[in-house]
Design a protein around this ligand. Structure first.
Ligand SMILES: [Zn+2]
Length: 403
């Protein structure tokens, strides 16, 4: 078992054969390189296969899996992709380059957006993509990976040989899914990144009543931030932008996350429609425009009279709100920061989801527990509210055994 810790069964000895388990190999106690191996009733699945775009180790620890639970990746029954952000899909071409064939499942939108995202990985933002531009993966690697993705509909149980999968809308970004996995004796819900709030492009998550999963793997981005509401302080943002416009300065809003940038741009456009934001031209740079074009193709309307893609000429006489994929200070522009704008469920919403689902066990992942002491959703629910189920933080490289 190569030194793996088995913290879940208190009387466990390393000789006991582990039958049902979850192993975070990335994205446990961190945000980045999400990848969770699960094995229940003989079904072996990998949930997401991300990267750490700027991190010291780029990929999840696939070697740990290969030295503990798998001889090769073809032994996986499927890989399930929750949504098309790099920290959830970025190592897909690496994974598929190791096998002849792999069953990869995602929503239709996630398949389309994964393809686009992989083509721009490593590419310099801001300028229009051209032939010969650097991309982290070769084109044939990307084509091969995306070709293996089988798009699934939402809210329909799809049966495979010894398990079934049902996707539910997760909010967060177009195509993002929560995944219910049912094996012979287990029901596992993987939330992926999720959000409870409605935004112009993406409504909040939607789960039916009576789901009753035994186990939930929950992406709890804000699980250690009790004072974080998860809402954009819209008045503050509008006031800040108006202050710049009032001084004759255009606003440049840098966003690290492409879909968040587009969601923000459409939100500002809606504010303009309602008279909350003075008339201006909202522009997207090339990298954002490529994804916005894809959203449009999938019937998520982004563009309008005042919200334009990078190839449109800026209007004369109107102030400009430029949403950009990297910090930008052109003449007449000043940066405006929206780092507080999160498309992840806030602290109370994370607790509310656990209370609604009442699973026997909840593994929090995709959260930086080590950096924040004090109150968190685990101590709140168990110590304050007397919640009966187990809730614990998932750590990378630990084999968590289940009954
Ligand atoms: Zn995400």
């Amino acid at each position: 078992m190569s030194g793996a810790v088995l913290p879940y069964l208190p009387h466990h000895t390393p000789e006991v054969f582990v039958t049902h388990c979850i192993i975070p190999i990335g994205g446990g106690n961190e945000i980045g390189a999400s990848s969770y191996y699960i094995e229940f009733d003989g079904v072996r699945l990998l949930l997401d296969c991300g990267i750490r775009p700027g991190g010291p180790a780029f990929y999840p620890d696939y070697n740990f899996l290969l030295s503990t639970r798998l001889d090769a990746f073809w032994e996986l029954d499927a890989v399930i992709l929750s949504h098309a952000h790099y920290d959830h899909i970025g190592s897909l071409p690496y994974l598929t380059s190791q096998v002849d064939r792999l069953e990869i499942l995602s929503s239709f939108q996630t398949r389309e957006l994964t393809s686009l995202q992989l083509y721009t990985l490593g590419r310099k933002p801001g300028k229009k993509a051209a032939a010969g531009d650097f991309c982290f993966y070769r084109e044939n690697q990307i084509l091969r990976a995306v070709d293996m993705i089988q798009p699934l509909p939402f809210e329909k149980e799809i049966r495979y040989k010894n398990f079934s999968v049902t996707l539910f809308p997760a909010g967060h970004m177009p195509g993002a899914a929560m995944t219910l996995i049912q094996t012979a004796n287990h029901k596992i819900l993987y939330t992926g990144d999720f959000c409870d709030m409605d935004y112009p492009l993406t409504d909040g998550y939607r789960l039916p009543d009576g789901l009753n999963p035994d186990t939930v793997i929950l992406c709890g981005t804000h699980a250690y931030r009790p004072y974080y509401a998860g809402e954009l302080r819209l008045e503050d943002v509008l006031r800040g932008i108006h202050a710049l416009f009032g001084r004759g300065i255009n606003a440049a809003v840098p966003v690290r996350n492409i879909s968040k940038g587009i969601e923000f741009a459409t939100l500002m456009d809606k504010c303009m429609e309602r008279g909350m934001l003075q008339e201006c031209i909202i522009t997207l740079d090339h990298k954002l425009s490529a994804i916005a074009d894809a959203f449009e193709d999938m019937n998520y309307p982004v563009y309008s009279k005042n919200l334009r893609n990078s190839s449109a000429s800026p209007g004369k006489g109107l102030p400009v709100l430029a949403v950009v994929s990297e910090p930008f200070t052109g003449p007449g522009f000043a940066g405006y920061d929206i780092t507080d704008f999160s498309l992840h469920a806030g602290y109370e919403a994370v607790k509310q989801l656990i209370r609604k689902l009442k699973p026997r066990q909840t593994m929090i992942v995709h959260a930086e527990a080590g950096k924040r002491g004090g109150r968190n959703v685990i101590t709140d629910l168990i110590l304050r509210d007397g919640y009966q189920g187990d809730i614990f933080q998932g750590e990378n490289g630990v084999i968590y055994e289940f009954e």
